[in-house]
Write a protein that binds this ligand. Structure first.
Ligand SMILES: NC(=O)c1ccc[n+]([C@@H]2O[C@H](COP(=O)([O-])OP(=O)(O)OC[C@H]3O[C@@H](n4cnc5c(N)ncnc54)[C@H](O)[C@@H]3O)[C@@H](O)[C@H]2O)c1
Length: 326
């Protein structure tokens, strides 16, 4: 039994690889290290096979899949800033990537495929907390932001429909706002953490004036990477054929709460200054994780507990920001 993890040097891929190796499973990683970094696999690097290749290179993906019994496909261009700045790349990696993965599985007789989608595949949901039946929508094809949600929507369609023949189990999962140390810099938590560090240094006493996008009432539900990885292993081991499963923590927080807690990690109180929010932002997001709970999963790390070490990691490792992909 060998699992091929694409995107395995990325934030979530590396956490999964680390956990699978810890469970005694054989793992091969495929990543081009565009945004991933083998340093994330530090503790288990000598116990995994590494293939450096582009997920769009169908022949290389087929070679990497040879001898594997399962593929977990997580390679993707993630990070909100890239959705706006590099929408063509986001779509190219997303669409050519899932096709290369499905073809590689078929060419090698691999019947077990698990595919990463995203909460962004449903954008603004009709119901919050949101279960897996929410319709998938692209509100405006001219807004480059939806390059990301669009390729996830297409990936779900390709995985679940091509998966009807020649596969014994195809499972799609949708992570909902995972946070943790070394998650990349182009996300809300690292961005707030570094700005809070700057703000507390620039304002050594009193409340800390802290600008945030929007009116602060937007909500998100953040899941700690350790909980997420437990949820993903649950999906890998238990999700049925042609299924979709939300992975997250249904602890819904306003962005104002999140910003206050992050400034609070520095022992200071925030005085929030509100601004305009970029077009295409979803007002509320919180997963219904009933399906995952029925498989035995329960998140264990509340945001208030999980956030401080993550903020600390970003403050200590801010020099890595200049090495991020561009
Ligand atoms: N982090 C989250 O909160 C979140 C939320 C929803 C969905 N997801 C999805 O989960 C998966 C993992 O996300 P992540 O947070 O670890 O992102 P990440 O950017 O850290 O990891 C993605 C990996 O894909 C690799 N990659 C990019 N282009 C590639 C290419 N052309 N060929 C080969 N590899 C390539 C990157 O180098 C990186 O290691 C992605 O599919 C992402 O869309 C993540």
């Amino acid at each position: 039994m060998t699992t091929l993890v694409t995107g395995g040097t990325g934030f979530l891929g590396a956490a999964l690889v680390d956990r699978l190796v810890g469970l005694g499973r054989k793992v091969r990683v495929l990543d081009n290290n565009w945004r991933g970094n083998p340093r994330r696999l530090g503790g288990v690097l000598d116990r995994v096979e590494m293939v450096e290749a582009d997920i769009r290179d169908a022949a290389a993906v087929a070679r990497a899949a040879k001898g594997c019994t399962q593929v977990v496909h997580m390679a993707s261009v993630n990070g909100t800033a890239y959705f706006y700045s590099q929408p063509e790349l986001v779509l190219d990696v997303g669409i050519r990537g899932i096709l290369a993965v499905v073809d590689a599985c078929r060419a090698n007789g691999i019947g077990d495929l698990v595919v990463a989608s995203s909460s962004e595949a449903y954008q603004t949901p009709p119901k919050v907390p949101t279960d897996e039946t929410a319709p998938l929508v692209i509100p405006d094809p001219l807004n480059p932001r939806y390059s990301y949600g669009g390729q996830k929507l297409a990936s779900e369609l390709i995985a679940l429909n091509y998966g009807r023949t020649g596969f014994s189990r195809v499972a799609v999962f949708r992570p909902h706002n995972v946070y943790g140390a070394d998650m990349g810099f182009e996300h809300v938590v690292p961005e707030l953490a570094l700005r809070a560090d700057d703000a507390v240094k620039a304002q050594p006493s009193g409340k800390v004036r802290f600008p945030i996008q929007g009116d602060g009432r937007q909500t998100r539900a953040f899941v700690h990477v350790d909980d997420f990885t437990t949820g993903l292993v649950t999906v890998i081991d238990k999700a049925p054929h042609l299924s979709i499963t939300h992975i997250g923590n249904p602890e819904e927080l306003t962005i104002a709460d999140v910003a206050r807690r992050i400034v609070g990690c520095f022992g200071r109180e925030a005085d929030l200054a509100f601004g305009a929010s970029p077009a295409g932002q979803t007002q509320r997001r919180c997963p219904d994780i009933g399906k995952l709970r029925a498989m035995g999963f329960e998140p264990k790390i509340p945001f208030a507990e999980g956030i401080a070490p993550v903020v600390d990691w970003y403050v200590k490792n801010r020099h890595l920001k200049s090495q991020e992909a561009s």
